[in-house]
Every structure is written in C-alpha cells, then in structure tokens.
Write a protein that binds this ligand. Structure first.
Ligand SMILES: Cc1ncc(COP(=O)(O)O)c(C=O)c1O
Length: 393
C-alpha cells in the first residue's frame, strides 16, 4: 500500500524508483509460514525473483532457505544471513567455479539438470575431497498453461531430465563416487494460477519417487519448485496470494512413502505484490490516433511487459481528475517499451507520479543499462522516517 506519508516522501525522490511495502512482505511471509509449518515442509525462496538486500534479510529472518541459480546468488544469500545448509542450487549452466564455490560453502543440494553436469560435479567434488548432495531435476512434460516464456516443464524446454534421459542416469550414477543422491526436483513454470497444473505435478512427482525407489534410488527429498501466481489485475484486493488453496492442493495430491521431506521454492508469490515501480510523467502526446503518457521509467527498469507482454496495474498517485484512456510508454528507443495499452487513468499531466503495481518480482533484478539509462534506486516503507529527515534524496 502507498500511504499518504509515503507519497509525501515520493515527491522528493529522484524518479523512477522502486518502492517496497515491507509490512506487506512481512505479512505475506507470515501467512506463508503458517501454512508451511502446518505441513512441516521446507521452503527455499527463489532469490532470482528479487535479491535486494533488505528483502533478502527479511525473508531470511522469516526462516526460509534460498533457491539460487548462480554463484553470485549464493553469495548474495549468504551475505544476507542465509545458512548455506538451506541453500539449493539449480540452473542448466553451472560453471566449474560456481560448482567449486557451492561445494566449499557446503550448500544443501545441487539440483542437477544434465548427465554431463553430474559428471563435472563429481570430478570437482573428488578434487576437493567432498561429497556433493545432488537431486535430479525432472522435466515432467507438463504444460503449466502459463506464458510460453515462463513455462519450464515441457520436453521442448531446456530444463531438467526428460523420461528419455533417465536410463542413462541410472547407468551413470553408481559410477559417481563423490555424489550422494538425495532426491528429485521439479519446477514447471511461473505465474501458475490453475491448481490443476500443481495436481498433475504432484501425481507425476509421486510416480517418479516410486520409479526411482524401485531402481534403488531412495528419494529422501522431494522439491516441487515454485510457480504460484499472483493477481496482477487487482493487486489491492489480493495483496497476499491464496496460500491455503495452494498448500491444500499439494497436500491432497501427494502420496509419499514415510520420511520424504517436501521442499518448495516460492519466488513471485512472496515478493511480487509488495513492490512498485514509481515513475514521473514527462509528457503527454496525442498523435491523432493514440494518446500517450510518456514516463521516465523504461523497459530497462521493468522489462516484464516488453519481454512477456505482462500486464501490470498502473495508478496515478497525483490525480483525481476524470479518467482518460492512454498508452503508457517509456523513453527507450524500442516500440516494445510500453507499460500499458489502453490504460484507463485519472487524467495525467506533466509531473504526475504513476505507480506500476506488482513489480516486486522479476522487476528490479532484471534491470539493464540499455540506452545508458540509470538503474532505479529502491526505497522501503519501514524507512520512511529516515527518508523524511534526509532532504533531497
Ligand atoms: C527452479 C526454480 N525454482 C523456483 C522458481 C520461482 O518461481 P516463482 O517465482 O514462479 O515462484 C523459479 C523461477 O523461475 C525456478 O526457475
């Protein structure tokens, strides 16, 4: 939520900037934890969604582990206090240096995505005199019915081991003396709102646990990844995702042998709704066909609309005038630098502040310097007092 007090501070901040509602993040974490503790499962926050330091610190304080996809993400998580024994490391392209670093740090587990990766981890572990805990990322060939570009669990996607690769895994693994098999990992995509996709995932996961068990590979850890979606259309009404429904869907669809530990990797569902990208209106331009609001934030600050055609709700924080219909565009020299088409907003004028909602996940982390534009600074709701006393941010 953007309070009156926050808005007063915003007037002095250099735009564009990210603003995080830390109270909402805290509440989201506490609702998530209420569900998690009920089932006794473990959660590893997907650091890729947002690795801003105060956000990582709050998530770490809430007791979650971390799901990382690069050596630098592991470093960032550890710097903010995450215990390496709660860190899992996924990704199809881990470098030797990253593998070495993760082994030395003593992470919980590598989520492995190819046969060659397993052999490389084994030989690096052998050189370091270590044993690597590994889980196999399975590609279950499930269509999560989400955006094509954030779907990760189909055979055409680069992720994980497909059914066809498994016989070669069963043959290879006993030869890898420095790897310890701990279980299976899945992640079928992001922004999933259809619970049926999670049901299918659980059924498939349980079947794989049985198959691996029959082949002599005891699964002690089953990681179902992340993927729960958020409401981008109406973030005010659904600031916290329906965790109860999600957890209940998973619980009721899982049937596992005694002693299997279940892990989850939430990203978007934890951080999306607590972030805003706040931007100033530079110009209004009516070209006779369309009315454009040109703002000072660009696709370099929030690339989701350009990359995925993602839709974010936009609010005009400065105007209560009658509504008009606009295309909201940024200053970058790309036609795709557009935050909204036909957005209905209170009439906009030069200098108005607009808030692009639900920007907490895959927003700030994906910023880039295209057109030599600056990164947006981040501000936090629990530091408003500090900002008030620091004139001229
Ligand atoms: C392996 C893995 N786990 C977890 C996540 C987090 O997904 P989400 O943000 O949809 O919860 C991702 C996101 O891409 C991922 O690749």
């Amino acid at each position: 939520m953007i309070t009156k007090e926050a808005l007063e501070c915003f007037q002095r901040f250099r735009s564009p900037f990210y603003y995080y509602d830390m109270e909402l993040l805290d509440k989201t974490l506490s609702e998530y934890n209420t569900q998690l503790s009920q089932y006794g499962w473990m959660a590893h926050y997907a650091v890729k969604a947002n690795c801003d330091s105060p956000i990582l610190r709050l998530i770490c304080k809430a007791g979650l582990g971390a799901d990382c996809v690069s050596g630098n993400e592991i470093k960032a998580a550890m710097k903010e206090g995450f215990d390496p024994r709660k860190i899992v490391f996924a990704g199809v392209g881990k470098t030797d240096a990253e593998i070495r670093f993760a082994l030395e740090a003593g992470i919980l587990c590598f989520n492995c995505e190819s046969l060659q990766e397993l052999s490389v981890i084994d030989s690096i572990a052998s050189r370091l005199g270590k044993k690597a805990r590994v889980a196999l990322r399975i590609n279950p060939n499930i269509d999560a019915h989400t955006n094509n570009y954030i779907s990760t669990g189909r055979c055409i996607d680069k992720f994980g081991f497909t059914e066809k690769m498994l016989p070669r895994f069963f043959e290879l693994f006993p030869k890898l003396t420095n790897c310890e098999f701990v279980g299976l990992h899945f992640h079928i995509g992001s922004q999933i709102t259809d619970m049926q996709a999670f049901r299918l995932l659980c059924e498939k996961a349980c079947a794989e646990v049985r198959i691996f068990g029959e082949r002599g590979f005891k699964v002690t850890d089953l990681n179902l990844g992340g993927g729960l979606g958020v409401d981008y259309d109406n973030p005010e009404a659904h600031g916290i995702p329906n965790f109860t429904k999600y957890f209940e869907t998973i619980r009721s669809s899982l049937s596992l042998p005694e002693g299997v530990r279940v892990h989850l990797e939430p990203g978007r569902s934890i951080v999306a709704q607590s972030g805003y990208l706040v931007t100033r209106v530079l110009f209004i331009k009516d070209n006779g066909e369309r009315k454009f609001v040109i703002v000072d934030a660009g696709m370099n600050n929030l690339i989701r609309p350009a990359l995925y055609r993602a839709k974010h709700r936009i609010m005009n924080l400065s105007s209560y005038r009658d509504c008009q219909t606009y295309d909201v565009v940024g200053p970058v020299c790309e036609t795709s630098d557009k935050f909204a088409t036909d957005a209905v907003l209170p009439e906009c004028g030069r200098g108005d502040l607009l808030a692009i909602c639900s920007a907490g996940a895959y927003g700030e982390v994906m910023e880039m310097k295209y057109n030599r534009r600056d990164f947006a600074k981040a501000y936090y709701s629990d530091r408003l007092n500090e900002y008030k006393s620091n004139i001229d941010e």
